[in-house]
Write a new protein. Sequence first.
Length: 362
Amino acid sequence: MRIAVDGYELHGGFTGVGRYLRSLLKNLLKASRENSYTLFLREPLATPWENETLETRVLSPSRGGYTLWQNQRLRPALDPKLFDLFWSPNYNLPLSPPLPSLLTVHDVSWKALPEDYTFRDRILRDLKSRLSFPKARKIFTDSSHGRGEILRFYPSLPPEKVYPVPLGIEESFHPASAEEVTLFRRRYNLKASRVLGFLGTFFPRRHVGALISVLPAVRRECDVELLLVGRNADPSLTPEVLSSSGVRWIDRLDEAELNSFYSTLSLFLYPSSYEGFGFPPMEALCCGTPPLLLSGSSLEEYLTGCSLFLEEAQPEKISRMILDYLDHEEDRKRSLLSRWNLMRPCFTWERTAKEYLPLLAP
């Protein structure tokens, strides 16, 4: 099978979609030589992938962003004489794809939580979805919860063409050494005896404001700081709020720093109301730090038993759960991580690639 792949998201930082495509495609290349892949890019990869069944092609950027690039640059390159199949990893297809097409939809958050989006962005995403979903021969998503959400908001889709496949976590995630943690603390001037942390885009659904609001109550009981890593997309989080006492905000970390970040924390805070899969909580567990999560999303589907769960992001309940955990940190951590170690083999990219392989067909 000759498969053309939309690689637009492999540039511009470590987005969830970019990391998904990079990890999955590399493992598909290892798993089988029966398929050949052509990866269409908007600029050359910083580190080329060497594989005899992978070709990369760079298409010139479009001034209008991704949608225009996909239609003006990518679509004309999808020659049916050269390819059997087209795969887009980011929920939308060109307007009239000339090949049988596969589509990955990680979530439909613009429908489930419209308050996270501007009116214009919400309408555009919904329009693209209504145009793309019916054209796809198959739709892949990251969880059974995600499949249910797609069918809930787009009920005209045949259920049999939506396939849930759990994703993997890179084997590079592991506890950092004591020396690496010390260097990380020094680099970011973390002086409290304990550090709580969050990593991800600050969407309203992730309740970063609630985490900041509980910090004074937690600090009255123990010596702790809150380290926030990510881009701010929540209008309520003003510079004054993000510079509150005990809060440190870093807009991004290098990928090489992630193990040190997670290993520095006593508890990883990720009270998100909605996630298609959610890499950060699993990455934290791989680095020896349990997460605090909200019930009701795919995170509950995968991480029950090895994480702390709250029903809602109510500040008093968050602070109570944090303090209860910190009071019994060693015992609680040991119990949660022992369960995660039993579950960890279920979340490898090798396993994900093996589940995808038979689905990569018209």
